[in-house]
Design a protein around this ligand. Sequence first.
Ligand SMILES: Cc1cc2nc3c(=O)[nH]c(=O)nc-3n(C[C@H](O)[C@H](O)[C@H](O)COP(=O)(O)OP(=O)(O)OC[C@H]3O[C@@H](n4cnc5c(N)ncnc54)[C@H](O)[C@@H]3O)c2cc1C
Length: 423
Amino acid sequence: MRHRETADCVVVGGGPAGAGAAENIARLAPKKNVILLEKRARPHGTCAGGVGFNWIEEMGMKLPASVIETPIKEVQVHGPTESASIHADDLGRPELGAVLDRWGFDEWLLCKAIAEGADVRRNNHFDDLKRENGKWLVKAHNADGEYEVLTDYVIDASGPTAVVAKRLGFKIDEEPQDVHVGLQWTVPLPEPIPIERLELWFKRDPTQEPNGNWACKTGYIWSFTSRHPYWDGGNPVKAGRYTRLGIGVDMEHNRMPGRSAKECLQQFQATHPEYAGPTVSENGGLIPTGVPLQTAFENIFVVGDAGRHVSALHGGGIWFGRVAGEEAGKTVARGGSAEDYERGWTSRIGWTLRMHYALKKVLYNLDNREIDIMIKEMGAFRVTSSDAQVEIPRLAMHVAKHPVLGGKFAVKTFLEMAKGAVA
Ligand SMILES: Cc1cc2nc3c(=O)[nH]c(=O)nc-3n(C[C@H](O)[C@H](O)[C@H](O)COP(=O)(O)OP(=O)(O)OC[C@H]3O[C@@H](n4cnc5c(N)ncnc54)[C@H](O)[C@@H]3O)c2cc1C
């Protein structure tokens, strides 16, 4: 006979979304009992760790210095021939954002949830759930064996695998074009590139020069600098100058002969030998780049990557997941409904997620020349804040004025695509 417990809420997954949900429930409703199940000893940490400071400010967080690997002062964006950059000085800010130590950051978030009173259980694996007397019976296991928790609410924060949502047959977008394969290699950062600079490369057509035959039609290559050579187990070895050279391409692209994420990254290194230093560590994972379709059913709320709360445009999901987690937590704390939760996250990030999805579709349709034009326009564009939620649509409107790109960025096309994203 399995051991049985009761709870007000079970959260599955201890990443930013799950920790945010658990912390909010425990803080806002201290009498409620929230159990967080995390299957690993520590959350997984597969990430480039890039965040904008406006996100952190919006979340009301004061990040401890220990979780910031590198403050970012400059972002450079490269097309096949053009480049543009944004510098923190242009905005009168000390930094634009940061590269986080994802292991440290996730650990810090979990500790915040524990400090508020959440029952965080590492090495505890969610297995299954079913309805019982109007509640949910969650089945889990750990090293001591199997157990059950009878609970009012379940929050699925299990990342791209969305274990609860899939078990219950939620509508989840898993089209190969809307799931990206992310891969990154930690390599020495070439001299004299400053560690405070983050770089992105876009190139669509592999046959076009310059820069040889590398290309990723449905994504981009990034360099997110790091002071730590590790990314495998969370144990810093020694500080230095490194970068996580990464790539995201959609699943369809990844299956094309010679065009997999790994091959594209190798082709990039062949034409950028300064980034081809010995690989110190590597990791990767799936990045959902669709839009949320169904994120709640009765008292089951799906948050973060599991709920597709990720920017389809750049693949960043730390902030979006955290916002969704907060909204789920607040809803549980006040005994709210599926509609309350969906209204909560939609009002904060719904439009942005749809807009990013529409922009992703536009970007994938640009050829090399159009990418260069877009980057040239970026160079001429005056950024007025570090808030990507504000600046990305402003930039799209600016680019839409260009005679070559106007059709693709036309407001009408764009709004129709954004609307279609939730159909
Ligand atoms: C290569 C790569 C680079 C990225 N770079 C960035 C970036 O620079 N900036 C950014 O904002 N985002 C980035 N992302 C995306 C970001 O990592 C995710 O959006 C973010 O981690 C989502 O948080 P989450 O809490 O929803 O899920 P996760 O962080 O995936 O956490 C889910 C947790 O659930 C646990 N879990 C899963 N199944 C079970 C189970 N059955 N029982 C118990 N626990 C379970 C997992 O162990 C995991 O710890 C990147 C992703 C990848 C793959």
